[in-house]
Design a protein around this ligand. Structure first.
Ligand SMILES: Cc1cc2nc3c(=O)[nH]c(=O)nc-3n(C[C@H](O)[C@H](O)[C@H](O)COP(=O)(O)OP(=O)(O)OC[C@H]3O[C@@H](n4cnc5c(N)ncnc54)[C@H](O)[C@@H]3O)c2cc1C
Ligand code: SF4
Ligand code: SF4
Ligand code: SF4
Length: 1024
């Protein structure tokens, strides 16, 4: 770890690329089949006047800093390269001002970096090296030609931030070099290298080299600091046009919308927690002043035969409230920036009647790029989408989509832009809730040094660790019986969970960072519909393998799971339930319109066919001591049926206040229930959602309304259930807390989210408080749905130890203080979920089986229905909308077959996947310290708790970097050998026998030496 980047010499850059191409058929981690080939579409002229194979590329930012970044962007399809901003402050001086990590792209993006962290001369060198590398590989690989603009692409410079800085030596030298690089040392370095190595190329010729245009760029985008005065902006642009003869665009901010305009745009799409006050809005360029200035500058450029326009938008500065980054302010990007940027574009397009050229950056991805290009806006740059899994490979799809719709720039079509703005504000995909309240996808496992691939849906997401990628893949291949076998191994209620599962797996699904997480339960239901009946028919009770017997109290999801896991593995089991049938809450409480009896019955038959004995109408006063005389093991799985908190607290309530479980029991079991015409449901969990939907379906009910003290984003219910309520057109009243109910009038206090009164801006997310203002509403019945409780009195009565808080005391296998007596499911967890109840049962069953000397079948080694690596790679980087039915599994990235996310999301390509024999995973991850600036992005997306940039085997290129780090790894020494740091922090010179490193790390080092020597070459060194 060390945030100083060490640019590669041209020799190193090219040797690396060529060696990797030979050995691994990839360049800087991008496989040859991911190189984008333009096809027959003619080039277009963009708004700057560049001729481009497509008008799409990386925005000035983390991906346009190093030569290798630019090269891979080109190879994957980018053709408009907005180079990272240069300004007078650079290198170490700037790095000191940028706290790390500096990128947070979990959902919408944030950063606290600005211009290049290299020195300006280093940045220039990098751009020249990339230019040569692009020229050579474009021709050599047949993906672009060397013409006026290399390979059909253009460099667009980005400079900042004030006129004095731009007129200073540093930036002037940069501008001069970009206008004509021939006399620069780096041009010579690259030119000489290519000339000397022409023999290595089959298609790139001397003539191509001679044809290279030494003018690297004819255009510039001006970046100014927030608060830069309008006249200063105008002076700089005038200077760039008149003195430098550059086609010039100026970055404009969402602050042009005014505070209220920006706030409203974000709030409409659920981004109300994004916090900002109005100081930038008053300090930044004002809209009216902007119109005058833009008109004058446009006229000036027209006079000179140059292009002038705006880049929308630069950034949107917001406050750090949730510790996203270690700075006070951060710059927003990604999908939340799209509505703001489009709104600015729309405003300007109307005022200029479509005649103000615009380039665009702000939330563009493969789903919206076509519509955007059809408005006439171009070129388009992206940053956040390529910081997410798939990384630069996403340019493949962006480029493909762009060529289908692109035309020469001919102004903005205002009507189409109006249409796009309307569509975006109406599109659920741009709403914050689209990500279903999920922040991080990470799980809590430490990141292993080697063999780290994992499917986070399965390990970390699913409480019963279902082999998710296997059954998704098998179902997509229509191998339903095999898919069902895989499901049934871990899941004792495949159909019930296929319909109702709360899907913790989805919260960790890699697809969440692409488009939307996979509908795993939907796929499970498809497999169950096709194969469960046949599976049951073929099932026979296995012979008993032990004399020991188990009694299970409660035939809900947890009890049936425990019984089935035990019986399937050869233990005799009796299940006792006080009700007259199976599946507890699922059968008797969850509303009929959410799950049918036939579905419940199908899962019940699985347990019956396996040989579990069920006894209904059992005495609820169970006697553990008595049971233990007949059974060696007892599992208590009696659920959580105690009354919830009275919503009116000490104000008690009227007899027309009904507890949610009483209400749902009656409604679901055809018992008489009178609720009148108007029903209020207090609460916002999943049970409240069921109550409000059930009440609406009762005869005579005219209105069923949900009342909640906070706002929708804070509702504890899953987003899916909230969406269902919305889809049924039911009202959800927010920010109202119940005070009392007299049988006809519900007295409510108006609430506010804390700090919302510190107007404008500054809102925190969670706190809520009363305003002292009240409102009364007429209702006939109030249903309290604030959460059921566990009735623990039977536990205590049976001698199970309880702690001071009244919770039953259990060990890690959920065994109570009475030996061989276990408590699982909602009876342990409180009101929870079906799959977590099964998860409990699985843990307890494992312990019970172990005591009987049996190994559970669900601990069998993984069933592999997996994909070969090439097919997994083929899916990377492609955004695909959710597909209903069996094909949905085809979107799965089978993350345990190939992960490599850290290699994709690193803007600097500092994490490398290398082939090393002798490991379970096909590739191992090596971190290159000299390319890493500790932006933190790989840490965000690695599915483990750890951080690839600190936790993986690291190669250092300088002693200073080695000393500046704690990471395990190697520094090649000038005389041969390595300075080595082991994972425990021990530092030593590696002996010839390599006795002090583990065999695994030894194999990695051998692979580096034999196959990837260019990774060990010091940055300043030259490879032969
Ligand atoms: C309205 C509602 C909607 C829900 N929706 C979902 C959903 O969509 N998805 C989801 O995953 N989860 C949902 N849940 C939660 C889920 O139903 C529970 O987490 C799950 O059913 C718990 O299973 P369990 O076996 O622990 O308990 P239960 O299902 O409560 O089963 C306990 C069983 O024990 C029996 N029993 C109790 N006491 C005794 C006794 N003394 N002697 C003998 N038998 C006894 C009961 O009769 C019952 O059959 C919902 C819950 C509710 C209330
Ligand atoms: S993409 Fe597939 S394997 Fe990866 S987390 Fe999602 S469901 Fe699991
Ligand atoms: S390795 Fe990780 S922290 Fe380092 S530059 Fe790449 S993404 Fe950022
Ligand atoms: S992101 Fe990288 S380090 Fe993390 S699990 Fe995947 S391959 Fe391993």
């Amino acid at each position: 770890m060390g945030d100083v980047m060490r640019p590669l010499s041209f020799d190193h850059l090219m040797s690396w690329a060529l060696s990797e191409l030979r050995t691994d058929e990839s360049i800087f981690g991008v496989r040859t089949d991911q190189f984008w080939r333009p096809g027959a579409a003619p080039a277009v002229t963009d708004a700057f006047g560049h001729r481009l194979t497509n008008p799409v590329g990386p925005a000035a930012g983390p991906q346009t800093q190093l030569s290798n970044n630019l090269l891979v962007a080109y190879l994957t399809g980018a053709r408009f390269m907005e180079l990272k901003t240069v300004q007078k402050i650079d290198g170490h001086e700037l790095a000191k001002m940028v706290p790390k990590p500096c990128i947070e792209a979990e959902d919408e993006g944030y950063n606290c970096e600005w211009s290049t962290e290299l020195t300006v001369p280093q940045a220039f060198d990098e751009y020249v090296r990339a230019y040569f590398a692009i020229a050579v590989f474009a021709t050599e690989l047949g993906i672009g030609l060397v013409g006026e603009l290399v390979g059909g692409m253009a460099y667009n410079m980005s400079v900042g931030y004030d006129l004095a800085g731009i007129q200073g030596d540093k930036v002037q030298t940069y501008l001069a070099g970009m206008a004509d690089a021939t006399s620069t040392a780096v041009w010579q370095e690259c030119h000489d290298w290519v000339a000397a190595h022409l023999g290595q190329f089959s298609h790139f010729t001397r003539a191509d080299l001679d044809r290279l245009n030494p003018c690297l760029s004819t255009s510039v985008t001006l970046s100014t600091m927030h608060g830069c005065p309008a006249d200063e902006i105008e002076r700089i642009v005038s200077y760039l046009i008149t003195e430098k003869g550059l086609n010039t665009f100026v970055k404009c901010n969402p602050t042009l919308l005014g505070y209220q305009g920006a706030r409203d745009a974000l709030d409409r799409l659920g981004w109300e927690y994004v916090a900002f006050d109005d100081h930038h809005f008053t300090a930044d360029l004002q809209y009216d002043a902007a119109i005058g200035m833009l008109n004058r500058l446009k006229a000036l450029a027209d006079d000179r035969g140059l292009k002038f326009g705006v880049k929308l938008t630069n950034t949107f500065p917001v406050q750090v409230l949730r510790q996203e980054l270690p700075s006070e302010e951060m710059y927003m990007s990604g999908r939340s920036l799209l509505p703001l940027t489009l709104s600015v574009a729309q405003k300007l397009a109307h005022d200029f009647d479509g005649q103000l050229p615009m380039s665009f950056s702000g939330g563009v991805d493969a789903f919206n790029i076509e519509q955007l290009l059809r408005t006439g806006i171009q070129p388009v740059t992206v940053a956040t989408t390529i910081l997410k899994p798939g990384g630069v490979i996403r340019f493949n799809q962006l480029a493909d989509k762009a060529v289908g719709v692109m035309t020469d720039y001919c102004g903005i079509d205002v009507d189409k832009l109006d249409g796009m703005v309307a569509d975006v504000f109406a599109d659920e995909r741009y709403h914050k809730r689209y990500r279903e309240k999920i922040r991080s996808r990470k799980t809590n496992t430490p990141l292993p040094l080697t063999d780290c691939y994992k499917a986070p849906c399965e390990h970390g997401g699913c409480p019963i660790e279902q082999r998710i990628p296997d059954y998704l893949t098998l179902t997509a291949q229509q191998r339903y019986a095999e898919a069902f076998d895989v499901i049934a191994l871990d899941n004792t209620a495949p159909t019930v969970t296929g319909v109702l599962c709360s899907q913790q797996c989805r919260e960790h699904c890699t697809r969440l960072d692409y488009d939307i997480s996979i509908d795993m339960r939907g796929v499970k239901l498809v497999a169950s519909d096709h194969a469960q009946d046949a599976y049951i028919q073929a099932q026979r009770p296995v012979a008993l393998r032990t004399e020991q017997r188990a009694a299970v109290i409660g035939a809900g999801a947890a009890g049936i799971a425990a019984a089935l896991y035990l019986r399937r593995n050869g233990m005799d089991v009796d299940v006792f339930d006080k009700l007259d049938g199976p599946y507890g809450i699922v059968s008797y409480i969850i509303p009929w319109f959410r799950i049918g009896k036939d579905h419940i019955e199908r899962d019940y038959r699985l347990a019956v066919a396996a040989g579990v004995n069920f006894h209904y109408g059992a005495d609820p006063d169970y006697d553990i001591a008595d049971l233990l005389t007949r059974y060696q093991h007892v599992v208590i799985a009696t659920g959580s049926w105690g009354k919830g908190m009275n919503p009116f607290g000490e104000n008690e309530g009227h007899d027309r206040v009904i507890d949610s479980l009483d209400f749902l029991w009656k409604a679901n079991n055809n018992e008489p229930i009178q609720v009148g015409k108007r029903v209020a449901v207090i609460g916002a969990g999943d049970v409240a959602m069921d109550c409000v939907r059930t009440a609406k379906r009762l005869p005579g009910v005219e209105e069923s309304i949900l009342v909640y003290r906070r706002t929708e984003p804070h509702m504890p219910a899953t987003q899916h259930e909230v969406n269902t309520v919305r889809a049924e057109g039911l009202t959800m009243l927010e920010l109202l807390a119940p005070v009392s109910f007299d049988g006809s009038s519900l007295h409510l206090e108006k609430m506010v989210l804390a700090e919302a009164d510190a107007s404008p801006g500054k809102r925190a997310r969670l706190s809520v408080r009363g305003t002292g203002e009240f409102v009364d509403m007429a209702f006939d019945t109030v249903i309290g749905a604030t959460g059921a409780t566990i009735d623990t009195s039977p536990y205590a009565a049976n001698g199970l130890a309880m702690d001071a808080r009244g919770t039953v005391v259990l060990d890690a296998a959920y065994q109570s203080s009475v030996p061989n007596v276990y408590v699982v499911g909602d009876g342990r967890l409180g009101p929870d979920t079906i799959v977590r109840a099964m998860g409990d049962a699985r843990v307890a069953a494992r312990a019970i089986l172990a005591k009987a000397g049996l190994t559970p079948d669900y601990d069998a080694p993984e069933v592999r229905g997996h994909l070969q690596a090439p097919e997994v790679y083929h899916r990377r980087g492609l955004l695909i909308a959710e597909i209903n039915g069996k094909a949905e599994g085809g979107r799965c990235l089978t993350c345990d077959d190939v992960c490599e996310i850290c290699t994709e999301v690193c803007p600097n390509r500092a994490n490398i996947a290398i082939t090393v024999p002798g490991f379970a995973d096909p590739r191992q991850i090596v971190h290159i310290d000299g390319l890493c600036n500790e932006c933190g992005n790989c840490g965000t997306f690695c599915p483990h708790a750890g951080l690839p940039y600190t936790d993986k085997v690291t190669v250092f290129w300088t002693k200073a970097d080695f000393d500046d780090s704690h990471d395990a790894g190697f520094l090649p020494l000038p005389g041969g050998g390595y300075l080595t740091r082991n994972p425990d922090g021990e530092v030593f010179e590696l002996d010839a026998e390599r006795t002090r490193i583990s065999p695994e790390v030894g194999r990695i080092l051998t692979a580096l030496e034999q196959r990837y020597a260019y990774l060990l070459a010091p940055a300043e060194g030259a490879l032969a």
